[in-house]
Design a protein around this ligand. Sequence first.
Ligand code: NAD
Ligand code: IPM
Ligand code: MN
Length: 359
Amino acid sequence: MTRKILVLPGDGIGPEITAEASRILAACQANGLDIEIEQGLVGGAAYDEHGEPLPAVTLDKAKAADAILLGAVGGPKWDKLEDLAKRPEKGLLGLRKNLGLFANLRPAITYPQLASASSLKPELVAGLDIMIVRELTGGIYFGQPRGIEVRDGQRVGFNTYIYSESEIERIGRVAFELAQKRGKRLCSVDKANVLEVTILWREVMERLAPEYPDVELSHMYVDNAAMQLVRAPKQFDVMVTGNMFGDILSDAAAMLTGSIGMLPSASLNESGQGMYEPCHGSAPDIAGKGIANPLATILSVAMMLRYSLGEPEFAGRIEAAVGKVLDDGLRTADIASEGTRTVSTREMGDAVLAAFEAA
Ligand code: NAD
Ligand code: IPM
Ligand code: MN
């Protein structure tokens, strides 16, 4: 059966990095993968064309797709839009919410070749393999009420940090199941010393634990977790946390791998449909220069093949091709170090493609 893939390049470096990832997808297709690839608009690009960051036509295509590949959204051009609902980021959040993509998997893996590219000492990060499981459709990102209003003669801004037991339970189960398939250690990150919502979070995680007796569950406050991630990151196997803490911790974890340009992600719903995107943003500071690292996006394609399309062999081939290119000393500027060859986004894409074809 032909599977439908929707590619949403978005803004900033989005089109540059998804172009390289799309070439890899096309190479899989040429090698026998039965897929159909379509493109769509989201974020600022969609706002410019349709006046909406998530036009109905894009949402319809997304719903009909088996998997979505997204570049990044946002940029200074749209930051001044008064109506928050029109901001590019709302396009991304709308996709996540409308498709029910509650489980965000962000693997932070340090390729041995990149241990010296990290800002931490190589011995701290060499061999690192953490899976951050971030709840993606709830928490403070979506809680009501929210807004900015005048109270007692001045403006106040407010958001609501809320999770129901069932939301906590379903992300907890995803994390426990992943831990079972990996190192069997799960660290749940919360702020249960202050916030009621995370007292409940901790209780639900504890309640689930007996169903996964082979997994060792621990808890950590988010401030300590941020510190531990840069002190001794290899202590972690799977981490599970809410939407906002997961957003922040995964950017910190990205640096352990050498660059935020190395961190892919999968966002899954209950029926296995997924959206795949790098963890980084649209990088306005380097957009249009042809120097962005496309590897997080290319590795997101590998995650798509594994999690949504059931094609682990193609996924493995892509990951091996990335390893080969790094072995050969090719680096985009963000991961360059002494003795490596700095290449452009396109040259990196070319090299991964060649290694994929040669495998
Ligand atoms: P960012 O991730 O875009 O950039 C942070 C820094 O990392 C920049 O210096 C950038 O050049 C660098 N960087 C990011 N990706 C890179 C890559 N592939 N190769 C090399 N360097 C890379 O974060 P920001 O600057 O805080 O946000 C910029 C815009 O992106 C904002 O509008 C924000 O809302 C949006 N954003 C979107 C997403 C998404 O679409 N998933 C994620 C984060 C931020
Ligand atoms: C991410 C981004 C998004 C988030 C923004 C752009 C809405 O930072 O995917 O990590 O906060 O989830
Ligand atoms: Mn983020």
